[in-house]
Design a protein around this ligand. Structure first.
Ligand code: AMP
Length: 397
């Protein structure tokens, strides 16, 4: 168990947080041809039927875990689970090239939980790029570990560190967090990774984009040499490939075909003529309530996101916002409201919305043009899920 109570005199307890790699997202503004935002011929693709080679009961895992999986109504393993869990249970390192929505979370939580059930001294660290993703992982963990007395603590930036320290001191088996905060807690001597034998990097490429590569390397270096690594990334940029080469031993590579969501998404542009008020155009669209049932609106800057959501609320819409300047609890509350349909409009920055699995989004609106085409694809992938048609509209000036 993580319990750093006796490790107060850690050599890292120097409170030096100065070298943290701040968010250094490059401002490479790709000039995107507007015609790439238009695609009216949507193909409603049936979700490809994957025939798993295993059932959950085939896996050599504890009966309690099988019960928890059944309680989640997971009947068949998803492709990534099917292909990776048997190897992970044998202790192999895993390199998963997969996006959100593939079931990757359970693919690493199931083997890790099984390890902990068999040896209560085992600990794991799960590193994720955003608070929301960390919380999503923790939620899946609570479900899968129900009644097992295996605890996870979420350690993310933007939330009070004191509560996280209290959680860690109570003792837990799994820490889930964002790189900067985890680094801070390791340096304060609150997390001791020297015996940690399970390490997960989730959305490694995103963490690289966000300037976290040095923090992740530092954290990995602190874990046990006997570690088992679970590395997940949608793409494999060179620095991530190098990192995995350094920290993984002959990993089993599992690739899950990223569903081309754009085929299910009708894409069009909305031209904003000179002298027209952009927000009025947006409201005209939102007034078609029968169509615009659940709308995710992207804007580039945090203050612009906040301003837009405040304005929409003023005009009587059920809207909310998530961005980096909002308190962590507020973001969580807003997300929950959006999930539960208490609000039907969510305004977000790309970073805040990254990796989130929000069902039934009918429309994605790019209130501002995304900086890269890759970001555009990520954004529109929030709709058109589960064989449903989605609509993506991009405002162009
Ligand atoms: P993830 O990619 O881990 O974010 O998972 C995406 C969604 O799939 C989540 O809502 C999971 O609860 C769900 N999920 C994961 N594994 C399975 C499974 N074997 N069967 C059905 N749903 C699953």
């Amino acid at each position: 168990m993580y319990n750093a109570r006796n490790k107060r005199k850690s050599p890292f307890n120097n409170r030096n947080r100065g070298n943290r790699n701040k968010n250094k997202r490059k401002s490479t503004y790709e000039r995107i041809d507007v015609s790439r935002f238009i695609s009216k011929s949507t193909v409603i693709e049936k979700e490809e039927i994957y025939l798993p080679t295993h059932t959950f009961s085939d896996f050599k895992i504890d009966a309690k875990l099988k019960l928890a999986i059944a309680n989640k109504n997971y009947i068949y393993p998803s492709p990534i689970q099917d292909k990776s869990i048997p190897h992970a249970l044998e202790g192999r390192d895993i390199l998963g090239i997969a996006d959100t929505g593939t079931g990757k979370t359970a693919s690493f939580l199931i083997p890790i939980l099984n390890k902990i059930i068999n040896n209560r001294e085992e600990t794991a660290i799960i590193i994720a790029p955003t608070r929301e993703l960390a919380i999503q992982i923790d939620k899946e963990l609570s479900d899968l570990a129900r009644g097992m007395k295996i605890w996870g603590v979420v350690c993310v930036g933007g939330a009070p560190i004191s509560a996280q320290i209290r959680g860690l001191r109570r003792g837990c088996s799994i820490v889930i967090g964002t790189p900067g905060r985890l680094l801070d807690l390791v340096k304060r001597g609150e997390i001791n990774l020297s015996n940690t034998r399970s390490v997960v990097l989730d959305e490694a490429d995103r963490m690289l984009d966000m300037g976290f590569i040095n923090d992740i390397t530092f954290l990995l270096e602190k874990t046990s040499a006997e570690r088992q690594g679970f590395f997940f990334s949608a793409t494999l940029p060179k620095p991530i490939e190098k990192l995995i080469e350094r920290f993984a031993k002959d990993p089993v590579k599992v690739m899950v075909k990223t569903r081309d969501t754009s085929k299910n998404v009708e894409q069009d542009v909305v031209r904003i003529n000179r002298g027209t008020n952009k927000i009025d155009v947006l409201c005209d669209l939102l007034n078609k309530e029968n169509e615009f049932k659940k709308v995710l609106i992207f804007s580039e800057m945090k203050h612009a996101v906040e301003k837009l959501s405040v304005e929409l609320i003023k005009r009587g819409y059920r809207a909310g916002s998530i961005h980096g300047d909002k308190r962590h609890n507020d973001r969580q509350r807003t997300l929950l409201k959006f999930r539960n349909n208490e609000i039907n409009i969510l305004v977000a920055t790309d970073v805040a919305a990254r990796g989130l699995d929000i069902p039934e989004v009918t429309h994605v609106i790019n209130y501002e043009i995304p900086q890269t085409y890759d970001t555009y694809i990520h954004r529109i992938g929030r709709t058109g899920r589960a064989s449903k048609k989605g609509v993506a509209l991009t405002f162009v000036g």
